[in-house]
Write a protein that binds this ligand. Structure first.
Ligand code: MRU
Length: 352
């Protein structure tokens, strides 16, 4: 077993605050820790998926607001607040689907607008960012405890994308459930969909599971149906980027297909996500904005080592996420407990 570096933290560098992260675009071949010290660089890191996964993006954005406040030369409160409103707007424009980004930025905005003086505001923002990161880790552990109860002994589990330590402040949502079940000796094997086009399953989930000593087999995205048909998957556990009030949810492209296959084969389909991923303002998944990404991600294999695999004349469709209807979901595992249909009621009980 080998530890995993922190996904994202707020650090006190000699010249001021920095957002420290492991650059996930380089995994699994290179473990590079980077310190981000400007908002344009942080926006680039979020857009390029150096830091990714719904809760981790929220943590990075919160740390970014605190970092910008700490480094700002604004002398008075009004100037600092004006700068930070722009910082929040810039960070909010990076990726549209994961609601945790907006949830974390709204928490930071609440502090920005409380007033006081500039020094107190800087200190409060730093404390809030640290609280968002440490709360997220705590939520993952609680989710793991609730979710492990659903996993049968001897489980062979399918997951999609990466909803692990790398997608959160640590431990993971779906992988947190799997880790907790593995600690109880229940997990025989995890099948990780490779997750085209950016290979979060192959590059990140497999790396995390190998480090945790949990048996893991990577499969291409088109292989899970045949494994299900052979009776080799006992349940599906994966994460979410945004859950509507009725339980419809967005997650990495390909999730919907896995859900349909699981239903066809009578396999339990579990979603693990913190309450910060629930967008109570959205009645259904139809309103979830879906990020469209650069066609080169599909046209070329490899994140950086670019190998063209599609004729230049072909058009390309590259949505980063899809929406799975609540009717295909067996249960949603949150830090508060396990929600089952009707999700409007079960999730609704935890609305603040
Ligand atoms: O594009 P990504 O890598 O940010 O997509 C991540 C996912 O879809 C995850 O499954 C989701 O954010 C849940 S992470 C706990």
């Amino acid at each position: 077993m080998q530890p995993i570096p922190d996904t994202v933290t707020l650090e006190r560098a000699p010249d001021g605050l920095a957002v420290r992260m492991i650059d996930q675009t380089l995994l699994p071949t290179c473990e590079q820790i980077i310190d981000v010290t400007t908002i344009p660089d942080l926006c680039e890191a979020i857009r390029m998926l150096r830091v990714r996964g719904a809760p981790a993006i929220g943590c990075a954005a919160a740390c970014g607001v605190a970092m910008a406040a700490g480094r700002s030369t604004a002398g008075d409160l009004a100037a600092l607040q004006a700068e930070l409103r722009q910082v929040i707007a810039d960070l909010a424009a990076t990726r549209p689907t994961a609601v945790n980004l907006f949830w974390a930025l709204e928490r930071m905005r609440g502090i920005v607008e409380t007033g006081g003086d500039a020094a107190a505001l800087r200190a409060d923002l730093e404390a809030e960012a640290r609280a968002i990161v440490s709360d997220d880790l705590d939520r993952c552990h609680r989710m793991g405890r609730h979710g492990a109860e659903l996993i049968p002994a001897g489980a062979r589990i399918l997951t999609h994308c990466n909803a692990g330590a790398l997608a959160t402040a640590g431990y993971g949502t779906a992988l947190g459930v799997i880790r907790a079940a593995a600690e109880q000796g229940k997990v025989v094997r995890v099948y990780a969909d490779e997750t085209r086009p950016l290979l979060q399953g192959a590059r990140l989930t497999a790396w995390e599971l190998c480090r945790a000593g949990i048996p893991c087999t990577v499969i291409c995205d088109n292989m899970s149906g045949s494994l299900m048909a052979r009776g080799e998957i006992d349940c599906v556990v994966l994460g979410a980027d945004r859950i509507a009030a009725n339980g419809d949810f967005a997650n990495k492209i390909g999730t919907y297909g896995v859900a349909v296959l699981a239903r066809h084969h009578g396999i339990p389909f579990y979603v693990a996500a913190p309450i910060s991923t629930v967008d109570y303002a959205l009645a259904s998944g139809a309103g979830i904005p879906i990020e469209q990404r650069d066609p080169t991600e599909v046209a070329e294999l490899g994140h950086f080592a670019r190998c063209p695999v599609v004729p230049a004349e072909a058009s390309i469709y590259n949505p980063a996420f899809d929406v799975t209807p609540a009717e295909l979901v067996t249960a949603i595992i949150t830090e508060k407990g396990v929600a089952r249909a009707p999700f409007g009621e079960s999730l609704g009980q935890w609305r603040k």
